[in-house]
Ligand binder design. Structure first.
Ligand SMILES: Cc1cc2nc3c(=O)[nH]c(=O)nc-3n(C[C@H](O)[C@H](O)[C@H](O)COP(=O)(O)O)c2cc1C
Length: 225
């Protein structure tokens, strides 16, 4: 087999063998090295205009996990037994609007754009947000734009974990208001700048995964010549 064939086989086996884990062995821990790589997959994810509208919180605190549990039906197994439990936050419109301090920080301190290029990019961002995406119509659609982008690091973390043989679960099965209220009370969430988007857990399974079911390629891919 040549390198390309091996790479194709690796990609396919990784995706075929990645499952949403529904039960974790609490005794098995993900190594610090593996978790570091998984977080790098998140950090290096692409985002619209490179604005990285996310933050990740590794929640180790048992008390806070217990408080969240009653309001997170989709995360029960993960909260009980996963080695690592991560909250994915998305930036609020206050930060994502073209004239925000955060956008200025990103374009200046992170992306190192010149004054002139920053102004051009901000004008482009304003037009894109207002006329193309029509985000100005509601704060909710603005926040949803940031949330949508957090699903890219979510997916990359799932794939990185699968490549490392680590089981994982993506989650949005929780009551957002109730969980956010707890995070605010615990001093974890500043709702002026962030909202909760989704969650992800890592660990090692304590039962067999449910067999994978997917529609066939002909059903999901349409080719227009
Ligand atoms: C955005 C998203 C949210 C999900 N939320 C949950 C959840 O809250 N709890 C859970 O156990 N699984 C959750 N899942 C996992 C799905 O149920 C699972 O990916 C799907 O059934 C396909 O199974 P597979 O991932 O094992 O192939 C979620 C998946 C995605 C992509």
């Amino acid at each position: 087999m040549n390198d390309k064939q091996e790479m194709r086989a690796l990609i396919l086996s990784t995706f075929n063998n990645r499952y949403a884990c529904k039960g974790y062995d609490p005794k098995k821990k993900v190594s610090a090295e593996d978790f570091k790589v998984i977080m790098e997959a998140a950090r290096l994810s692409p985002s619209s205009m490179g604005l990285e509208p996310w933050k990740f919180i590794l929640l180790n605190n048992k008390g806070i996990k217990e408080r969240i549990k009653p309001f997170a039906w989709g995360a029960e197994a993960s909260l009980a037994g996963a080695s690592h439990f991560v909250l994915i936050l998305a930036r609020k419109p206050k930060d994502m609007k073209c004239d925000s301090e955060y956008v200025e920080y990103m374009m200046n301190d992170v992306q190192h754009f010149t004054d002139e290029l920053r102004q051009t990019r901000k004008n482009k961002l304003k037009n894109f947000q207002k006329n193309d995406l029509k985000l100005m119509e509601s704060e909710r659609s603005f926040f949803d734009w940031a949330c949508r982008q957090t699903y890219i690091p979510l997916a990359n973390m799932l794939t990185a974990a699968a490549l490392l043989g680590v089981d994982s679960t993506p989650m949005e099965g929780f009551n957002y208001d109730a969980v956010e209220k707890i995070l605010v009370e615990e001093g974890i969430l500043d709702t002026e700048h962030f909202g909760l988007s989704c969650m992800i857990a890592f660990g090692y399974k304590n039962r067999e995964h449910r067999p994978k079911t997917r529609r066939c390629i002909e059903e999901v891919l349409e080719i227009i010549d």
